[in-house]
Design a protein around this ligand. Structure first.
Ligand SMILES: NC(=O)c1ccc[n+]([C@@H]2O[C@H](COP(=O)([O-])OP(=O)(O)OC[C@H]3O[C@@H](n4cnc5c(N)ncnc54)[C@H](O)[C@@H]3O)[C@@H](O)[C@H]2O)c1
Length: 253
């Protein structure tokens, strides 16, 4: 197994991409902390992993809250003795708001969840990785994090920021044995669109035009999880500070 005896925290692990990553990591031998805001859905994922012979615990953690992020990492260390892998996956979209229509509170919420949360989770986990002299951080960015026309302004900015965070941490801690990489998924079949309300129809139209250039049907979440497994395992030992697009060719357009 590729992640034997590793401890992995996955945020937003109760649904979609995060759930697939948590399940695949557990199958590969990792002890997994399933962190999310959705308590009921966390239990279902944790029960499923444990019933299949894996090891998982659930933690209710809102990545917008510093105290929740701290407690999430402390619980991982308490339960499993450390943190080897951190997957910053929790994320929300922004109703395709253009700069003309984006509200301050929407901007701040999107940045808080998609960018500040990952920064805090890395800041808190890093000392445990440094003690061991190794660690893998995987940030789930987006095709909107490497191009300008595949989301609203807040989502696009947050995911570009996440790519910058990835490169900075990857470079600065390379000599300490820490690797930090991002995945930029294209469209994936998950529940993310359920959270969108009050769409900016102009922004939505541009997104739909862009979506038409994705070269494939939306991915199954497991097609992103397999990339996250590669980045967490020794198979990617020399891969650091970079972004892997997993988008069926979308960003090649
Ligand atoms: N689905 C896509 O097409 C797509 C494309 C590119 C990137 N992504 C990225 O993939 C990641 C996962 O999204 P998904 O598509 O699986 O969505 P999803 O909505 O199915 O799952 C997201 C999970 O994150 C949780 N979450 C939301 N806010 C949270 C918070 N403040 N704290 C903790 N957990 C929180 C939700 O409860 C949910 O369980 C996101 O970062 C998203 O931006 C998704």
């Amino acid at each position: 197994m590729k992640l034997d005896n590793k401890v992995a925290i996955v945020t937003g692990a109760a649904s979609g991409v995060g759930k697939a990553i948590a399940e695949l990591y557990a199958k590969e031998g990792a002890k997994v902390v399933v962190a999310d805001i959705n308590e009921g859905a966390i239990s279902a994922v944790v029960d499923g992993i444990n019933a299949a012979g894996g090891a998982a615990i659930g933690v209710v953690a809102n990545v917008m809250k510093e105290e929740d992020v701290q407690a999430m990492v402390d619980k991982a260390v308490e339960a499993f003795g450390g943190v080897d892998i951190l997957v910053n996956n929790a994320g929300i979209m922004d109703n395709f708001r253009l700069i003309e229509t984006v509200e301050d509170d929407l901007w701040e919420r999107v940045l808080a969840i998609n960018l500040t949360g990952p920064m805090r989770a890395i800041r808190k986990s890093l000392p445990f990785m440094l003690t061991k002299g190794e660690g893998a951080i995987i940030n789930i960015a987006s095709a909107a994090g490497i191009t300008g026309g595949k989301g609203g302004v807040a989502y696009t900015s947050s995911k570009h920021g996440l790519v910058g965070l990835t490169k900075n941490v990857g470079f600065m801690y390379a000599k300490s044995g820490i690797r930090c990489n991002a995945i930029a998924p294209g469209g994936v079949m998950t529940n993310i669109s359920n959270t969108m309300t009050n769409l900016d129809m102009n922004g939505m139209q541009v997104f739909q035009e862009a979506a038409g250039t994705q070269r494939r049907e939306p991915a199954d979440p497991m097609e992103i999880a397999t990339v996250a497994l590669f980045l967490a395992s020794n198979d990617s030992h020399f891969v650091n500070g970079t972004v892997i697009a997993a988008d069926g060719g979308w960003t090649a357009y």
